[in-house]
Ligand binder design. Structure first.
Ligand code: DAH
Length: 371
């Protein structure tokens, strides 16, 4: 290797080892190997040399170029390692600490309530079924024993969709379902008994005030087999409200009521008191009850409903129940106005929503929540 190349190599090597951060090292790389770099410039002079000189000089320059590139690489890795060592020495991460409190994002009370309801009924052996929001007249009304023209249809004023080619005729008018009871029919038609399901979903009615919105959520329950009777209905629903409101002795009453798809039909009330100004759920200490609050509708499934699902009412029987999810959430968590559920107000959600890492559940209870 000629002396000038040897000198150049020493010079550049010194520059490389003197570079003590990645930026300086990159600057050296550009001044040496870049388009206008020193080695690149020397390479360009090869063209003007005679063949013999070009061969020897060319080889020597290539060797130099590779050696320099290797030196840069080695220095680069050394600098990167040094950087990482400094970071590791200065940054600490204690993975044994508990997770930090989240300050963004809350679980909506509807989602929270659905999970609580699911957990309670899953413990009793119910599984979750689903059905569509856009129903037809048959599933929403006719199969549930509201024949066309039945006055009870008027109680559930809903949104009908325009008739389309396929949906002509009285029984296949499309509408937004007014209740989740339609899922009972779909489930019974598609599955073999015994049936033991709950179902959640959006339901629609043309109403709007403090306790009604055009869209709200319901939960439906259905249990059918050969021996199910009204005692099961009462026991199941009493256990449910006691678990949901976390009051082991919550008093309930069943009041006769009319729903076309059950016979007998009832509404279940829970004991409460309004004497203190606010609402207190539960009976008084001495067992007396000041007031009752309606919670849900229920009953023994009507023989006509069983027949419309191909079941013989002489062989099968069972019970059904339905409730508004917002209503359950409002009562349990003290939310006064139904309309606020859908205003997407972040302040509301921060107040009434649930911390994803600290949600009440059936094991820990709610009482720790709500400062
Ligand atoms: N579908 C009823 C409503 O929306 C609620 C209901 C009442 C459901 C009685 C039931 C039941 O399953 O048995 O008002």
């Amino acid at each position: 290797m000629s002396n000038d190349i040897q000198n150049l190599k020493t010079e550049i090597s010194n520059e490389i080892t003197a570079a003590n951060d990645l930026k300086t090292l990159d600057d050296v790389r550009v001044t040496v190997l870049g388009k206008k770099g020193r080695i690149t410039a020397l390479m360009k002079t090869l063209g003007k040399m005679d063949a013999e000189e070009r061969k020897t000089k060319g080889q020597a320059l290539n060797v130099l170029k590779n050696e320099i590139a290797d030196l840069i690489k080695t220095q680069e890795s050394a600098l990167k390692k040094q950087e990482m060592d400094t970071r590791l020495a200065s940054e600490t991460l204690d993975i044994s600490l508990s997770p930090r409190q989240q300050d963004k994002g809350h679980i909506h009370p509807i989602s929270q309530t659905i999970e609580e309801l699911t957990a309670i009924f899953a413990d009793m052996g119910f599984s979750v079924a689903e059905g569509p929001d856009i129903e037809d007249d048959f599933y929403n009304f006719t199969a549930l024993n509201f024949p066309p023209g039945h006055p009870a249809r008027e109680m559930q004023d809903t949104f009908f969709l325009p008739d389309d080619e396929e949906a002509q005729g009285e029984h296949i008018k499309k509408l937004l379902r007014t209740h989740t009871s339609s899922v009972q029919i779909r489930h019974m038609q598609d599955n073999q008994p015994p049936h033991k399901i709950i179902c959640f979903g959006r339901t629609y009615r043309s109403d709007y005030d403090m306790t009604h919105t055009p869209m709200f959520h319901q939960m439906e329950g259905l249990m059918i087999d050969k021996t199910t009777h009204m005692g099961h209905l009462k026991g199941c629903l009493q256990d449910f409200v006691r678990a949901f409101f976390e009051l082991d002795d919550l008093t309930v009453q069943f009041r006769p009521s009319f729903f076309p798809f059950v016979e007998p039909g009832a509404e279940m009330d829970i004991a409460c008191s309004r004497k203190t100004g606010g609402l207190k759920i539960g009976a008084n200490k001495d067992g007396s009850v000041d007031s009752w609050m309606e919670i849900l509708g229920c009953g023994m499934v009507h023989p006509n409903v069983l027949k419309s699902c191909g079941l013989d009412p002489e062989e099968y029987q069972g019970f059904a129940f339905g409730m508004g999810i917002e209503r359950m959430a409002m009562l349990k968590y003290g939310i006064p106005d139904l309309r606020t559920f859908y205003e997407s107000d972040v302040r509301w959600l921060e107040h009434y929503g649930f911390d994803p890492l600290d949600r009440p559940n059936n094991a820990t209870g709610v009482k720790q929540k709500r400062a």
